[in-house]
Design a protein around this ligand. Structure first.
Ligand code: HEM
Length: 512
């Protein structure tokens, strides 16, 4: 092919401009940094890979290069690069440096974008994040309230009592004493029951999520949390999530104006008081609460779904769970021949097989990425230079799907994997994270999921109500939402809920 003089000039200038763009956006490499993995297309290859393959892209790279840690050039990210942790031992090394390689900085930055905070509140939230300066820290003081009130104790018990009694009432209303069999779509059902019960425990009697429109707004927000954080004009670039958030913010604004927080759990009241001490306007308090649902619900709902799905879709597992739960119900005859059946949650949560199914759900369906920011230049394990301001990604699938750690059945769902007494360290199992950032909400989430499973296995059978042969058919997983740590199902699962005979008529309550 021949070029005329002007064409050759245009081509030359275009190539020069491209070269300059690449040089400008390409990170300045340091030989002591973790090794760089070259993209197939200069500059944008990794970004395209991530867009197309999502979490699987990390697994592809990790399996192909086997390096314990590597660097990807990603234009647009701080320092135009990210560090990827491929080895679960390095995850443990990162856990030991929570202030230098910090999740809290990530949370503060993401919260600002996700909640759409005002400029002043954004500044306050990002000031003195670690609380190391001699002045109050909105972020750390609020986080401490979470850790203080979500750990086992009276505050957690009160919240669990409120939410499990709301769950028990709802189950009673829907399925008990009906002459017809009720069919449910399992994901929609779990979503509604968990969202309503958990938020009732957290926000109290004036819980905004009691309104189905607010639960829908939450689902809308969840469709594109990443979009709210990543682009400057989310009103247009993440319109559905933006609209959902606006609705949630308005609901929480009304909640604060009518002082609904008076009836809330200790951790919501505690973090609300910290917000007041920092003189946050009501609108920003509402914005923070609106996105708080992401931490509380986003991963609890899919975990509850898979735990229930696996128990009910495997007859022998169902019988095993029933046999373990049944002796923990105490039934007392009350007046007029009525009975009171009490399920003791403190004992239910210690049942090894229940815990194992839940943990295996977190492992098997756990996607998500632990994210850290390098707060100061750090030499990790005396070997890898990590540059200040860079993001570190710890993709859970790299550890959860590692054959050397989990054995040859790594790809299957093994309900008993966590009940054999074998110990897996927190570098290999990232279900609730680990170290200083270990999820403080895990007790609450597990209480709720176990309560739901116990009540359902004791009193009901679930039988598939659609599909060939009315057999349980795995719904597949939807890995498209990168803000989630646990993938939801891809397809619908319809089931008939059939009341089991054998229990004397009466009231069912959860005891704590
Ligand atoms: C099954 C449900 C849940 C799962 C799988 C889950 C998972 C996690 C994980 C993996 C982390 C650590 C992230 C990291 O280190 O990168 C985390 C942190 C956190 N979770 Fe959860 N979570 C769940 C439920 C909850 C609930 C119900 C609450 C609140 C009521 C909650 C509040 C938090 C908070 C505040 C943190 C940050 C802790 C810190 O950085 O100090 N989570 N969660």
């Amino acid at each position: 092919m021949e070029f005329s003089g002007p064409q050759a000039f245009v081509l030359l200038v275009t190539m020069l401009v491209l070269f300059l763009i690449i040089k400008l956006l390409e990170p300045l490499r340091d030989a002591e940094e973790p090794p760089y993995i070259e993209p197939t297309i200069p500059l944008v290859g990794h970004a395209i890979g991530l867009l197309q393959r999502k979490y699987d892209y990390y697994t592809d790279l990790g399996n192909a290069n086997k390096l314990p840690i590597f660097t990807l050039a990603l234009p647009g990210m701080p320092k135009n690069r990210v560090y990827i942790i491929n080895s679960s031992n390095l995850v443990l090394a990162i856990e030991k440096l929570p202030k230098k390689l910090s999740f809290w900085f990530v949370q503060a930055i993401f919260t600002v974008g996700m909640a759409g905070l005002s400029k002043r509140t954004a500044q306050v939230l990002q000031d003195n994040i670690l609380g190391t300066e001699d002045r109050p820290s909105l972020f750390m003081d609020g986080m401490m309230e979470f850790h203080k009130y979500l750990k086992p104790g009276e505050a957690l018990d009160r919240m669990t009592r409120l939410s499990t009694s709301s769950l028990a009432d709802s189950i009673e209303r829907q399925f008990v004493g009906k002459n017809t069999t009720k069919s449910i779509e399992l994901w929609a059902w779990v979503h509604k029951e968990m969202a309503t019960a958990i938020t009732r425990g957290a926000y109290g009697p004036q819980n905004p999520y009691d309104d189905p429109e607010i639960r829908e707004a939450f689902s809308a927000l969840e469709t594109n949390v990443v979009g709210l954080i990543s682009f400057p004009f989310p009103k247009w670039t993440a319109a559905t999530a933006y609209k959902g958030r606006t609705k949630l913010v308005n609901a929480f604004r009304r909640y604060h104006i009518s002082n609904g927080i008076q009836g809330a759990s200790a951790y919501i009241q505690g973090s609300g008081n910290i917000a007041s001490q920092h003189k946050l306007p009501i609108l920003d308090k509402a914005r923070l609460d609106a996105v708080g649902g992401h931490a509380i619900l986003a991963n609890t709902i899919p975990t509850a779904f898979w735990t229930l799905y696996h128990i009910f879709s495997d007859q022998s597992l169902l019988e095993e769970v029933r046999d373990a739960v049944k002796p923990l119900v105490s039934s007392k005859e009350m007046e007029h021949g009525n009975w009171k059946h009490e399920i003791d949650i403190t004992k239910i949560r210690e049942i090894p097989i229940l815990k194992s199914v839940l943990y295996e759900s977190l492992r098997h369906y756990g996607s998500g990425t632990g994210t850290r920011i390098v707060v100061e230049d750090t030499l990790l394990e005396d070997r890898y230079k990590l540059k200040k301001g860079t993001f570190i990604f710890m993709p859970n699938m790299l550890y959860h799907q590692n054959r050397e750690i989990w054995g040859d059945d790594v790809d299957s769902f093994n309900a008993h994997r966590f009940s054999t007494g074998k110990h897996y360290n927190s570098g290999a199992f990232r279900g609730f994270g680990g170290g200083a950032n270990l999820c403080p909400g895990r007790f609450f989430a597990m209480n709720e999921i176990f309560a739901c499973c116990a009540m359902m296995v004791l009193r009901f059978d679930l039988r598939p109500s659609r599909g060939a042969g009315r057999e349980w058919r795995h719904p597949g997983t939807d890995g498209s939402n990168m803000s989630l740590l646990v993938n939801p199902p891809k397809e619908t699962v319809y089931a008939d809920v059939i009341e089991k005979p054998g229990w004397a008529l009466g009231e069912w309550i959860f005891k704590l």
